[in-house]
Design a protein around this ligand. Sequence first.
Ligand code: N2P
Length: 347
Amino acid sequence: MKKLTALLVLAACLCSFSLAAVAASGEVVVYNWSDYIPQDVLNDFTKETGIKVVYSTYESNEAMYAKIKLLKGKSYDVVCPSTYFIAQMIEDELLMPLNRAKLTNMGNIDPKLMNLPFDPQNRYSVPYMWGSAGLIVNSAKVDKNSITSWHDLFRPEFKGKIMLSDDPRDTIGMALLATGSTPNAKDEASLKKAFNFLEKLRPSVRVFDVTAGKRAIVNEEVIIGLIWNGDAQLAIDENEDLAFIYPKEGVPLWADNFAITAGAANVENAHIFINYMLRPKVALRCLEEYGYSTPNLKALKLMDKDLRSNRILNPTAADLKNAVMLDSLGEAQKLYNQYWDKLISGK
Ligand code: N2P
């Protein structure tokens, strides 16, 4: 009898071993924003699971979307679109419904960022990070306390020393807020006002690029500009004269979400990867490194005092008083594209 039990135990072990081996083989192909997951985290994931991460990055939703659409949802397993791109990607059948039973860590995520209209019940997406687009300023060149508004960009001392982002929703969104509207405005009159604001600012803009902007502000080629909060944190780590400011008219907010592409080849591994990223300690390592805000409530609890009081990644209610989360634009997207093209081409 004892022998039989031992055999059964051995069989059970072998069986679970081979199941684990199946799940732990192969790779997961992840396409994500740059500066978003530390390499160490990816290495640790592979060490623990045996799953190789084939990782590449993008700088904008627009670039990611164009590529995934061209590939008809194949070639990549995991992507990380902002909320306002998810609905479009679902509609285009580029995403696969998630298997919630495999995402056991989903309960760590703030319910306030779940179940939103772009993806009711989170059938396709799970929040990874959120953040804002605010102002960064070099306080060695200007009194940072005197900068309170997007309109301060027009001050004469900033001529030729401004950076803007080439992310259309953030830049147009900021201009909409500055001109008394919302970054989700769908009417042409509001967009026109925002466009005029940006047109007027344009001659003073030296860098119009989210990636180059980071370097330009650190190297002091520019002294003020629009920046994501995480990039601001990285820039401040390199140049302590820099400061991040929440202008009083409000900041555009975004949230980026993991999703699995409709044509994913490694569906099981994609779930294992996303579930790993939802662990509190893993989420903490990501925000410590990159300065964005986490929707992971358990990770928030693990933060030390310094991080907790860091308003770049933990803004106060006052900082976000007029902040607005970017939303899908539906038909109005065309209008935004038109104004954006006009701004970029200068025609
Ligand atoms: C990280 C990118 C932040 C994403 N570098 C903004 N949606």
